[in-house]
Design a protein around this ligand. Structure first.
Ligand SMILES: CC(C)(COP(=O)(O)OP(=O)(O)OC[C@H]1O[C@@H](n2cnc3c(N)ncnc32)[C@H](O)[C@@H]1OP(=O)(O)O)[C@@H](O)C(=O)NCCC(=O)NCCS
Length: 153
């Protein structure tokens, strides 16, 4: 069921939305990686149905998205982005309210995300939502295929 917000409606994103979502990610200042292509996005949608959410304005236009991940132990937040001209209207908050509620319903106890150190807006946004920078551990990674993604992605 769509979730009503005073400016946007939060709905699940499908592969039919992919071309628009991809443009939104690019316009929303996210770095595009091999894991953002159509094949990888379809894999993600099948893995976590119900956690890829979009915010639509009154005309039905997608103005923001967020992608959740749930592995049975941790909940992860990926690719939160709002179109530049639609920011500071509470749209990211509406997306995250719905995503965190869906995480809780799945049994998740904690949500995590990765934020680039120079992303001032995102740091301010997640801090306000109660997310804390965790100093006692650092993200480590290994590329499993050639041309994978650099750190933090
Ligand atoms: C981060 C982002 C998703 C926030 O989206 P948004 O819809 O503008 O956020 P909201 O309007 O829901 O903001 C809620 C609160 O977060 C804080 N906040 C959001 N953007 C902020 C900014 N640029 N500077 C300071 N605080 C900010 C404010 O406290 C804000 O409340 P207020 O407007 O009443 O002061 C948006 O800036 C964006 O798309 N950035 C580019 C993509 C990105 O960096 N994504 C995160 C990847 S980790």
């Amino acid at each position: 069921m769509p979730t009503a917000h005073d400016r946007v409606t939060i709905t699940e994103v499908t592969m039919d939305d992919y071309p628009v979502v991809h443009v939104l990610w690019q316009r929303g200042d996210l770095w595009m990686r091999p894991s953002d292509g159509p094949q990888a996005t379809l894999l993600k949608l099948k893995r976590d149905p119900g956690l890829f959410l979009g915010a639509r304005d009154v005309r039905g236009r997608l103005v923001g998205t967020v992608m959740g991940g749930w592995d049975g132990r941790r909940a992860y937040v990926y690719h939160l982005a709002v179109l530049p001209e639609k920011r500071r209207q509470g749209i990211a908050d509406a997306l995250m309210d719905e995503l965190e509620e869906r995480f809780r319903r799945l049994g998740a106890l904690k949500a995590k995300t990765q934020i680039l150190v120079d992303n001032v807006a995102s740091r301010a946004f997640f801090t306000r939502r109660g997310y804390l920078r965790e100093d006692d551990c650092e993200p480590w990674g290994k590329e499993l295929v050639e041309g994978g993604a650099p750190p933090c992605r």
